[in-house]
Design a protein around this ligand. Structure first.
Ligand code: URA
Length: 222
């Protein structure tokens, strides 16, 4: 298949089909299928979770189990539906018994997620839980930064939130999540300003200008 450039991808379907073949994650052998969605979000909101669970693995779709139901409720509380947003995961394949994904497993899906983000050009990336948070804003504690947007070197603000699954175990977090969803809506309506957070190495690059192309090629190379 050779080296891919971001312009070669015409749709999310193209991206998913390409990376599902190229991906070298060890979980591929034990999972039923990769988990992803194909519709770009009208709202520009992209959620990034951790990894698929049992229901997601069966259906091939993200957040369709109990955590997904809570996500739907939270979206409804700010007048959005699932169809308005895009949901993806740091890892595309289910880890056995829902254990935490390893560093290698997260790395194996990194370029795949980069390609999704470059293609979608989100208005905001909402990280759900610590795995997604540390991918964009390393060394921040979720308990300290949730509900607060951070500017990012890619130009796309990162909005950290707790993972909805955490609220299934700790009901207090449900209120926290509901408040953070309200704040995210306010942020999108320009009523809250993002906090500065600068990192040296660009994690994703939404530009396709010539001088940036090399970086993108490196991102997309497997
Ligand atoms: N939890 C996640 O992080 N992702 C899913 O897709 C489902 C549950």
């Amino acid at each position: 298949m050779g080296e891919m450039k971001i312009e070669n991808f015409k749709s999310l379907k193209d991206i998913h089909e390409y990376f599902a073949v190229k991906n070298s994650c060890a979980l591929k052998k034990v999972a039923t299928q990769p988990v992803y969605e194909m519709m770009a979000p009208s709202s520009g909101i992209v959620f990034i979770g951790e990894a698929p669970g049992r229901n997601e693995d069966k259906q091939g779709k993200p957040f369709v189990g109990a955590a997904g139901k809570l996500l739907d409720e939270l979206l409804k509380s700010i007048d959005y539906t699932r169809e308005d947003v895009y949901v993806t995961n740091v890892v595309k394949y289910r880890p056995p018994s829902n254990r935490d994904p390893s560093v290698e497993e997260k790395d194996a899906c990194r370029v795949w997620v980069n390609a999704e983000l470059i293609f979608l050009k989100p208005k905001v990336i909402v990280t759900l839980g610590r795995h997604a948070l540390e991918r964009f804003l390393p060394n921040l504690k979720i308990s300290l930064v949730h509900g607060q947007p951070y500017s990012h070197s890619t130009g796309i603000p990162i909005f950290p939130m707790y993972h909805p699954a955490a609220a299934l175990y700790n009901p207090n977090l449900k209120d926290t999540l509901a408040k953070d969803f309200e704040r995210m809506k306010k942020f999108l309506n320009s009523k809250i300003k993002a906090t500065e957070y600068e990192i040296e190495e660009p994690i994703i690059d939404k530009s396709v200008s010539k001088e940036k192309q090399k970086a993108i090629d490196e991102i997309l190379e497997m």
